[in-house]
Ligand binder design. Structure first.
Ligand SMILES: C[S@@+](CC[C@H](N)C(=O)[O-])C[C@H]1O[C@@H](n2cnc3c(N)ncnc32)[C@H](O)[C@@H]1O
Length: 203
């Protein structure tokens, strides 16, 4: 039995074709630098950035429908025209849907660390994914990553150096406004460390 398509939430992006790359026009009608938040959760980062930078566009990607609906509701209530939400798997979005050379910043905050060795191959940050990140970034575009898991952080550093096509950038708190997510705030309140890295596709 074929189910009828789910109607889009206000502010939600439902691609017309999941087997073709999106066009910039399908993403946003107004052309502007694009930032993508993968696994946006409650959307604190994407919502906060969209408010602070109305001259940029933001795509929040999340697989859980409840969270997608919540972020859409907050964006609509806040009158944010520059934020859209895509309900889709993060890796698929980067590898198959985002247009090449379209993203100025790609954020990946607190993805699942898959701590067991036999699950490491499920970690997002590794060769094939990094190649796709490199392809979707514009020259000079950045990939920003945070994790609470030291082992995953070291893994990500190793994968990035093996991939060897990004330049490392420093990332201090005062460099630019970067809203803290609830997840990070909770983690820091417990006195735990957050590991972060920022790299750039050479321009
Ligand atoms: C630990 S939470 C972090 C949320 C947010 N980035 C933050 O910092 O608050 C991870 C989020 O990523 C989503 N997620 C996990 N795996 C995903 C995947 N493969 N594709 C899309 N979203 C995913 C989860 O549903 C969850 O909302």
């Amino acid at each position: 039995m074929k189910l009828p398509p789910r109607p889009a939430e206000p502010g939600e992006l439902i691609p017309t074709d999941y087997f073709q790359r999106l066009t910039p026009a399908e993403l946003f009608t107004t052309q502007a630098p694009l930032e993508v938040d993968l696994g946006c959760g409650d959307g604190a980062l994407a919502l906060g950035l969209a408010r602070q930078f109305p001259e940029r566009n933001f795509l929040a990607v999340e697989r859980l429908l409840g969270r997608v609906r919540k972020v859409c509701r907050r964006a609509t209530n806040g009158g944010l025209q520059n934020l859209r939400v895509l309900r889709l798997e993060a890796r698929y979005t980067v590898e198959w849907l985002l247009p090449h050379s379209s993203v100025s910043r790609l954020h990946l905050l607190f993805p699942d660390p898959w701590p067991k060795a036999r699950h490491h191959r499920r970690r997002l940050v590794q060769g094939q994914f990094l190649l796709a990140v490199h392809q979707v970034l514009v020259p000079g575009g950045e990939f920003l990553f945070k994790t609470d898991d030291e082992d995953y952080f070291e893994w990500a550093q190793t994968e990035l150096s093996l991939f060897n096509r990004f330049e490392a950038l420093s990332w201090k708190e005062e460099d630019f406004p970067y809203p803290q997510t609830d997840f990070e705030a909770r983690w820091r309140t417990e006195g735990r460390e957050v590991f972060q890295l920022r790299v750039r596709k050479p321009g």
